[in-house]
Design a protein around this ligand. Structure first.
Ligand code: AMP
Length: 195
């Protein structure tokens, strides 16, 4: 299987790029944020608890996310591969993912990271907030919290994959099409070297 982790700060375009990459490479796609937001919209008690965390820019507990990821991966074994968008976001989540994949004889093939300047991130998120209805996209303080959480908890994930020679960074600051083209160049190269 060809298994991608799509990585980047909030507003870097992970979601959009993951969707296009999933279509082109015929991969199963999981956006942890989308699944969580769907639960919030359902109005369930769990959804309300999740909403209170997401809307303030905080993380949802690991056990909940890990259950979701495990279910997704186990229901997609035997496919061409998967793309994870929004997971792993902490060192703990990475270690769990690696162990879980090892149990089924799989691994992360590539860790693709989108690099975007901080000012551009804030502008993009606020712009998205105009139509996304996401509370966490509409408040400057919460956006700052999310970017802060990214620096504190998520960025250290980079070194883990860099040490495994799986880390590839692309410029996420250009147009969607240019970012996609650049991502495809990297992914095609990696696929070729695996043959
Ligand atoms: P996203 O759509 O990826 O920006 O995710 C939106 C929100 O969902 C995040 O700010 C977190 O509150 C929550 N979330 C998504 N993925 C994770 C994860 N892997 N671990 C913890 N919380 C997550």
């Amino acid at each position: 299987m060809f298994n991608i982790v799509m990585f980047g700060p909030p507003g870097s375009g992970k979601g959009t790029q993951s969707k296009h990459i999933a279509i082109k490479y015929k991969l199963a796609h999981l956006s942890t944020g989308d699944v969580l937001r769907a639960e919030c919209e359902s109005g369930s008690d769990l959804g309300k608890q999740i909403s209170a965390l997401i809307d303030n820019g905080n993380f949802v507990p690991d056990d909940m996310i890990q259950r979701m990821v495990k279910k997704f991966i186990l229901s997609n074994t035997g496919t061409k591969g998967f793309i994870l968008d929004g997971f792993p976001r902490t060192i703990n989540q990475i270690e769990w993912l690696d162990n879980m994949l090892a149990e089924i004889g799989e691994e992360v093939s590539v860790f693709l990271s989108l690099d975007v300047e901080e000012e551009e991130l804030k502008n993009r998120i606020l712009k998205r907030g105009n139509y996304s209805q996401r509370e966490d996209d509409q408040n400057v303080d919460i956006i700052k919290t999310r970017i802060g959480v990214y620096h504190d908890k998520t960025k250290p994930v980079i070194d883990y994959y860099r040490n495994q020679n799986k880390y590839f960074e692309i410029d996420g600051g250009s147009s969607q099409q240019d970012v996609f083209n650049e991502a495809c160049v990297v992914l095609d190269e990696i696929k070729k070297s695996r043959k």
